[in-house]
Design a binder for this molecule. Structure first.
Ligand code: O7M
Length: 213
């Protein structure tokens, strides 16, 4: 695989799940010095335009499109191709759909695979298969998504994925403390509301990055 384009400086991936382009651009302007990548997903893309993906590139950070791709290989590949065409540097793909899907996506995009999720309901299904999903990721992906809300699981997943990148959501708004995921072995903490709903997003991002580092 070519060299990784996601580099750790601040240890934060900014999640943009707001509804307007203006708010997204404002938050990026205020905080981009303190984050290492920008993650954009359905709420912002569907409320604005897929062109928002390309527009976010002005902040000179890798753009991760969080499409949690989970379709048959043919369609999943098409989704990844469209994301890359729109300017995505990475696409997030689900692993529970199986290795053929992950493989198809990895042929056309740099991918992160969701190994395990941060919400309570994740324990009903995905948690029990997370280590097997991690094995698939090891073969095809640049990294995995693992839950900051369960640091012990990050430790286990770290053993399974070796030096793959671990990106970890669930911080602040979902209850995990800043730095917990990093201490457990994650490389980046994904933070959305903790930054974009803060009274002073710039100060919040700066403080969080200091604590993580
Ligand atoms: O910090 P928040 O809670 O406002 O936002 C968290 C972001 O991380 C949001 O964009 C979610 O879609 C994403 N996320 C989770 O919260 N939990 C997961 O298990 C997985 C993700 C994610 O990024 O998956 C790729």
């Amino acid at each position: 695989m070519a060299s990784k384009i996601l580099k750790r400086e601040n240890g934060i991936i900014l999640a943009l799940d707001m509804e307007t382009r203006e708010k997204a651009l404002e938050i990026c302007r205020e905080t981009s010095d303190f984050v290492d990548a920008i993650k954009v997903g359905y709420p912002l893309i569907l409320n604005t335009d897929p062109a928002i993906i390309g527009e976010l590139k002005q902040f000179k950070k890798p753009i991760i499109t969080d499409l949690k791709v989970a379709d048959i290989p043919f369609v999943s590949k098409r989704i990844c191709e469209a994301a890359v065409k729109s300017g995505a540097d990475y696409v997030i793909v689900h692993g529970f759909v199986g290795s053929d899907v992950v493989k198809a996506c990895s042929g056309v995009a740099r991918i992160f695979v969701v190994a395990e999720m941060s919400h309570a309901g994740a324990e009903e299904f995905i948690t029990k298969d997370a280590l097997m999903i991690a094995d698939i990721a090891r073969e095809y992906a640049e990294g995995i998504v693992a839950p900051a809300t369960r640091p012990q699981r990050i430790k286990e997943l770290r053993k399974a994925v070796g030096d793959l990148i671990i990106i970890s959501p669930g911080v602040k708004a979902q209850g995990a403390n800043i730095g917990d995921a990093t201490m457990a072995g994650a490389d980046f903490e994904i933070i959305g509301r903790g930054i974009y709903e803060a009274t002073n997003p710039k100060k919040a991002a700066e403080e969080f990055s200091k604590r993580i580092r």
